[in-house]
Design a protein around this ligand. Structure first.
Ligand code: AMP
Ligand code: GLY
Length: 422
């Protein structure tokens, strides 16, 4: 089969490497991909948000199956347009991708169908939002309605911070149209768990759970980033919690989307918080998580292409989805200064054999074949182990061998999971 993957980060690299294992996969194109992905797919510089360009390319190359990985093309209707052009896809239509595209939509959906989440109010007037935060309990959580590159959530500890957040979103337009409406919600506490799931709108099959490390520095200090590392499975996510989530969250969400005439087919990501009162949905994503995918897919034993085709065709219940009972750890190496200002253009070296895999995110290839850094998050080093401790040790040993000037990584990926008893 001729396969097209839309996107160009570590997540897409992990998806491509897994798809390549399938005997059905012949050529894999990646739009736009990156210099590191070039060793595993044919990368073509068409942006993931250039829907016309993607459809034109897919038709011209007679693509058999397309996987649309990032949120923005999904919300923009990339799958709808490819389907109209006769191309089978893995990923939700734009009507279903709204579950991530609008926080107001997802919060209202959860309220209407009794799916446990933080209490909230929505506002499209700055004055009314400000009035509400004057008496709301602190800390208070302020979320831009639309997509904001993972930066649209502010946890305000004081009333002044709440006012500053509202004013930057609703008056200064920090996130453009995404911030003209906001959700203000109750602050919850507890361990966070990411659960990616395959769903064809009828069956939902959760993948192994994982734990992200969103803050830039050790000890969960510093700014929020796109994710500095992950481990899987997440030790806080017990079998009992998994059962509860299936019954109270996963199945009800699939049913709710169907009842709204927005059948979801693709990867539905549940961002959960395990509070004392039970699991709560913090967010839905309409796609694979990054860097969760980099630890989850290496543990998948079944054929990813078969699963994705079954999701697209509505045959997921007949398809085998099996994971190894092992652990994996992803350590992200970033450009120092990320997520703020950083320099790029440094050569990436590998010194000696590594035991795991490297998934590239911000890397470009020079004409003479050298790899240079080109982004904030440069790459993720992923290793597996029989125990979490072993996976972490291997990932860090590998990370020491992949080097570039100005590099930065957290040193404590998985430390909390280990102390939780994994
Ligand atoms: P998101 O961009 O929606 O993933 O949110 C970013 C982070 O903000 C989450 O991973 C949580 O750590 C935190 N967060 C979001 N909503 C809440 C909430 N209601 N209570 C506490 N923390 C939250
Ligand atoms: N790692 C969080 C996300 O993909 O949104």
């Amino acid at each position: 089969m001729k396969i097209l993957v839309v996107g160009g980060g570590g997540r897409e690299h992990a998806i491509i490497k897994k798809l390549k294992e399938s005997p059905k996969a012949d050529v894999i194109y990646c739009l736009p991909g990156n210099g590191g992905i070039e060793s595993d797919a044919v990368c073509v510089p068409i942006k993931a948000t250039d829907i016309d360009g993607i459809v034109r390319f897919a038709v011209e190359k007679e693509i058999d199956f397309a996987v649309v990985a990032p949120d923005d093309p999904l919300v923009l209707g990339c799958v709808d347009r490819l389907n109209e052009a006769g191309i089978k896809c893995f990923g939700p239509t734009s009507r279903a991708a709204i579950i991530e595209g609008s926080k107001v939509f997802s919060k209202d959906l959860m309220k209407k169908y009794g799916i446990p989440t933080a209490k909230y109010e929505t506002f499209d007037s700055f004055e009314e939002a400000l009035e509400y935060t004057k008496t709301a309990p602190l800390p208070t959580v302020i979320k831009a309605d639309g997509l904001a590159l993972g930066k649209g959530v502010i946890i305000a500890e004081t009333r002044d911070e709440a006012e500053a957040a509202l004013s930057s979103m609703m008056i200064d337009g920090k996130f453009g149209k995404s911030g003209s409406r906001v959700v203000i919600e109750e602050y919850l506490t507890g361990p966070e768990v990411s659960v990616l799931s395959f769903t064809d709108g009828k069956t939902v099959v959760p993948m192994v759970s994982s734990m992200d490390h969103k803050r830039a520095h050790d000890g969960d200090e510093g700014l929020n980033t796109g994710g500095m590392g992950t481990v899987a499975p997440n030790p806080y996510y017990t079998e009992e919690t998994a059962r509860e989530c299936m019954e109270k969250i996963f199945l009800p969400t699939i049913k709710a989307m169907n009842a709204e005439g927005r059948e979801f087919r693709g990867c539905l990501y549940f961002g959960l918080m395990l509070t004392n009162a039970g699991p709560r949905v913090i967010e839905y994503n309409c796609r694979f998580g990054d860097p969760e995918t980099q630890v989850v897919l290496p543990l998948l034993k079944s054929d990813l292409l078969d699963i994705m085709l079954a999701v697209a065709d509505g045959r997921l219940s007949e398809t085998e989805v099996e994971f190894e009972s092992a652990y994996s750890c992803c350590v992200v190496k970033a450009s120092s200064g990320y997520p703020e200002k950083y320099e790029t253009g440094f050569e990436i070296h590998q010194n000696g054999e590594i035991s795991g895999e490297v998934f590239f995110a911000g890397a470009k290839k020079t004409e003479d074949g050298r790899l240079l850094t080109s982004g904030g998050r440069v790459l993720g080093v992923v290793a597996k182990g029989k125990t979490l401790k072993e996976a972490i040790e291997r990932a860090y040993a590998d990370a020491e061998k992949i080097t570039f000037e100005n590099e930065y990584m957290r040193r404590d990926i998985g430390a909390r999971a280990l102390s939780a008893g994994a």
